[in-house]
Design a protein around this ligand. Structure first.
Ligand code: SAM
Length: 283
């Protein structure tokens, strides 16, 4: 995962998803039309453009699944996984129960996803990831350990939020170690931009939580700025301009989290980790 910003390590593999959406490269760069107003529009809607591929926060990476991963995928994916689409998600039907829903964007190999699902059986968790071999590792673990409260979506999380997730429906959104795109000319690829913050806020229910962690100081600063500028958010911990002790007890999801796979590498490299937590205003 840590090499994801290195173009040399990437080869083209198509990522599923509605490609002709209203979200353009300009949208991602931060000066978007109000994404909170985005509605599922169906494939080929008139505002989409195929002339200019849009800027995404990832580059597609190819990677083979092992034979056992393929077998597990074949058994499990039809029940617990879906490719991103224009279809509004009925989470209660998919999980077979009504429970508060938490989405994790860029779950990677799902080390933390699985640990959180097991520690939080009262929540339903959806992991979103573009990288199939990462998802395949998580699928195997879900099968091996019989984890019932995880579902997986393969594709661009921005497409998922725009097209599949209803407004005011999420109790939590987690973004752990989003790719920092450290070079200035790549900053437009960063996932957490003003437009994405507004989109995430619109999908959270009032009181819902956005929890971000990063080991990149420059990206942490940028995220703090765009979060502070989002009028639907109030900072709930120090890095987000709030006071963690005042909010941690009453928040609908916990502020603690397990170490992710990426983070265990960052720890080895001695990086500082910044946690940024916001709540959506309203009750
Ligand atoms: C640095 S890795 C971190 C993975 C994991 N959260 C961890 O901490 O181990 C970032 C991940 O985000 C995924 N990603 C980046 N942009 C994405 C997007 N728009 N939608 C879904 N996944 C995305 C990448 O494929 C990559 O696996």
């Amino acid at each position: 995962m840590d090499a994801v910003n290195d173009a040399a390590n990437h080869t083209a593999e198509p990522v599923p998803g509605p490609r002709s959406t209203a979200s353009t490269a300009v949208d991602r760069a931060g000066s978007a039309p109000d994404p909170a107003a985005a509605q599922p529009t169906g494939p080929g809607h008139p505002t989409g453009s195929r002339l200019h591929p849009r800027v995404t926060s990832f580059r597609s990476r190819r990677g083979a699944l092992t034979a056992t991963q393929q077998q597990s995928w074949a058994r499990m994916w039809p029940r617990i996984g879906r490719d991103v689409s224009d279809d509004a998600l009925d989470a209660a039907a998919w999980f077979g129960r009504q429970a508060p829903l938490i989405i994790e964007i860029g779950c990677g190999t799902g080390t933390a996803t699985a640990a959180m699902a097991q520690a939080e059986p009262e929540f339903d968790l959806i992991g979103i990831e573009v990288y199939k071999p990462g998802l395949a590792q998580l699928v195997q673990r879900i099968e091996r350990e019989g984890i019932e409260n995880i579902r997986l979506l393969r594709g661009d999380a921005v497409d998922v939020l725009e097209h599949m997730i209803a407004k005011d429906s999420l109790t939590g959104v987690r973004v752990f170690f989003p790719d920092p795109w450290p070079k200035a000319r790549h900053h437009k690829r960063r996932l957490l931009q003003p437009s994405t913050m507004t989109l995430i806020a619109s999908r959270l229910r009032p009181g819902g939580i956005l929890h971000v962690a990063t080991d990149h100081a420059g990206y942490a600063e940028h995220i703090a700025e765009v979060g502070a500028a989002e009028p639907q958010f109030i900072g709930l911990n120090e890095a987000a301009g709030g006071d963690r002790d005042s909010f941690a007890e009453s928040a609908p999801i916990g502020f603690d989290r397990p170490v992710t796979k990426f983070e265990s590498k960052a720890h080895r490299a001695g990086s500082d980790i910044t946690e940024l937590i916001w709540g959506k205003i309203g009750s």
